[in-house]
Design a protein around this ligand. Structure first.
Ligand SMILES: *Cc1c(COP(=O)(O)O)cnc(C)c1O
Length: 342
């Protein structure tokens, strides 16, 4: 089975390292990074910091960890961060900020475009009063659910937060998708944020790892939390080499994933009984009749297609999904719904 080419639309985390990426991993010089001795980790951290316009970078095993390290470095016990209800750092990280950081989240409703209204941010910042947690940080996410935050919004929200004395963190797990979609550079895409977390293991195609970027002193402080959280890694250059390769080679090509997502959404949307959202990047949603889901899941699996099929299905394209794969998925869906009756 390992030889079979699955068309896997569950997430952009499922990519296989390419032969060139594996070669870079095999050839990487390594050392013990807890001693600061791994040249490949250092090279990745410097490269990423420069690419996004920050002083320093820190490589960590996951985006969950880089986000948590950022929250714990920005906020202390009894502080709070303002964050969207739909945000990964609030909703999908096991409550880590509260559990491990003693940091109170102040969740705020996301607008349909994924933003948090600046007027809501203003309303939720708490005055300096012993009854309240101390509002310390605004955390945004871009892309969020595949949606790209408007650049003028990012500027307005981060300017406002800074004017109110808050720091700003971006969960930029997919910020490269946002930059490519907007046709802007990576530095421009993260402007306004004091710190940024970037996933290398999503659409960029590395097997593992994220980087946290920020001021040098912040990153040094963050390394203590990383160690405490179990993220101190030894000969991590083996995986840092893959992450470096991903950042060097796989950013511009995200445009192909966006085009494939658009083609797939349009092809599926034309099938009677289905409706699909229009993707801005590589993620979109399809409404599927609930009664069809179980059989559809089987029909797809029989054709080598994996997808998290449900009434509200998220589909994700990535560098292991080709244009031909998209055409095949559309034809398998078509054939299924031609025969299927509720
Ligand atoms: C995947 C993801 C993360 C966390 O990354 P892991 O490496 O899976 O821990 C954080 N934020 C967003 C928006 C993500 O999509």
């Amino acid at each position: 089975m390992s030889e079979q080419h699955w068309i896997d639309l569950r997430s952009d985390t499922v990519t296989q390292p390419s032969a060139a990426m594996r070669a870079a991993m095999a050839e990487a010089p390594v050392g013990d990074d807890v001693y600061g001795d791994d040249p490949t980790v250092d090279r990745l951290q410097d490269f990423a910091a420069d690419l996004f316009g920050f002083e320093a970078g820190m490589f960590a095993p996951s985006g969950t960890q880089t986000n948590l390290i950022a929250l714990m470095t920005h906020c202390g016990r009894g502080d709070e961060y303002l964050v969207g209800q739909e945000a990964h750092t609030y909703k999908y990280e096991g409550g880590g900020a509260a559990v491990l950081g003693s940091i109170q989240p102040q969740p705020i409703a996301n607008q349909p475009d994924g933003s948090i209204a600046v007027s809501d941010i203003a309303a939720y910042i708490k005055p300096d009063d012993m009854h309240f947690a101390r509002s310390r940080l605004l955390a945004l996410e871009n892309t969020i659910g595949g949606r790209v935050l408007p650049q003028d919004y990012v500027k307005a929200a981060t300017d406002f937060a800074h004017a109110k004395g808050l720091a700003t963190h971006l969960d930029g797990a997919r910020v490269c998708n946002a930059a490519v979609k907007n046709g802007i550079g990576l530095r421009a895409a993260v402007a306004g944020f004091d710190t940024v977390s970037v996933c290398l293991s999503k659409g960029l195609g590395a097997p593992v790892g994220s980087v946290l970027l920020g001021p040098k002193a912040f990153i040094e402080q963050g390394k203590r939390w990383r160690k405490m959280l179990g993220g101190g890694m030894r000969q991590a250059g083996v995986i840092a080499a893959a992450a470096h390769y991903a950042l060097e080679h796989n950013v511009e090509r995200l445009a192909e994933d966006h085009q494939n997502a658009l083609d797939l959404s349009q092809g599926l949307g034309r099938i009677e009984g289905l409706s699909a959202t229009t993707p801005q990047t590589n993620i979109f949603y399809v409404e599927i009749p609930e009664a069809a889901c179980a059989q559809l899941r089987e029909a797809l699996a029989a054709q080598g297609i994996r997808a998290s099929i449900g009434p509200h299905t998220r589909l994700v394209t990535h560098l292991d999904v080709s244009k031909a794969d998209v055409d095949k998925v559309i034809s398998v869906f078509k054939a299924f719904f031609k025969d299927w009756r509720a």
